[in-house]
Design a protein around this ligand. Structure first.
Ligand code: 4HQ
Length: 247
């Protein structure tokens, strides 16, 4: 998978991809991250990428010409490419979206700054406008890194065989179960006995119970938004019953 990142701060990307799964993915040739300086696609002496908004108001807007030229240059006219714009106005980036992107051979990511890009870019150059969450950041660079990271770990071979990309939170649409390691008791705080029992089906049941319980408490929206099988419905009722009895 090739990631083309277009930014006015290319140095921002020195470092974050040099560790762990992303470093290994780059070394193995599973991914390649190409960072492009938007100012290289300007044609004036000052390498201008922004201008004042039509209609007035605060802040600056990213000019269309450098963005169009940058995308055309890095994609070389290759058709059917996904060109992502990171912006709080975008569709929320979630695990299903990451899975969809992991199937593609190439992704172009445009990092906005200032008040954002000229709407003609959003409407005619970009294929997907993507938000990483409902908060305001100073630019699209960190969101682009988030997308590259989440997509990379879903590319077959990117994780060690001992790990599973989708065992973690959200894979089954639930939060992760709680994890414990040695010592079995620390400052009087005990790890659950069941995890030391060696009974693997009991451990499975306990973990699933805890994952459902944590999801019901913290992110009931994840459960409400799901189609449930009869088995899942029974399981959730079971967890709710134990929660009621314990409180
Ligand atoms: N920004 N998810 C404003 C974001 C953002 C987000 C990026 C700040 C774009 C113009 N991007 N610039 N949240 O807050 O993706």
């Amino acid at each position: 998978m090739i990631f083309d990142v277009i930014t006015i701060f290319p140095e921002f990307f020195n470092g974050p991809f040099d560790y762990g799964i992303m470093r290994r993915g780059r070394e193995n040739g599973l991914i390649e991250i190409r960072v492009h300086d938007l100012r290289d696609f300007t044609s004036d002496r000052h390498r201008t990428v922004d201008d004042r908004p039509f209609g007035g108001g605060a802040g600056m807007v990213m000019k269309p010409e450098p963005l169009f030229r940058a995308v055309e240059a890095v994609t070389n006219g290759e058709p059917d490419l996904s060109v992502l714009l990171l912006s709080p106005q975008g569709r929320l980036f979630d695990q299903p979206t990451a899975r969809e992107y992991a199937e593609k051979p190439r992704l172009v990511l445009i990092c906005g700054r200032y008040e954002g890009v000229d709407e003609r870019v959003a409407e005619n150059l970009i294929t997907d406008e993507v938000s990483i969450g409902d908060y305001v950041l100073s630019g699209g660079e960190i969101p682009a890194m988030v997308v590259v990271d989440a997509v990379t770990r879903l590319i077959p071979g990117a994780l060690g065989c001992e790990q599973s990309a989708e065992r973690e939170s959200f894979a089954g649409g639930l939060l992760d179960y709680p994890h414990y390691t040695r010592p079995a008791e620390y400052r009087g705080l005990k790890a659950p006995d069941v995890l030391m029992s060696g009974n693997h089906s009991e451990i499975e049941r306990w973990r699933r119970h805890k994952a459902i319980e944590k999801t019901l408490r913290r992110r009931p929206d994840l459960i409400r938004g799901r189609i449930l099988s009869d088995d899942e419905r029974r399981e959730i009722e079971d967890v709710l019953r134990t929660m009621m009895n314990d409180e």
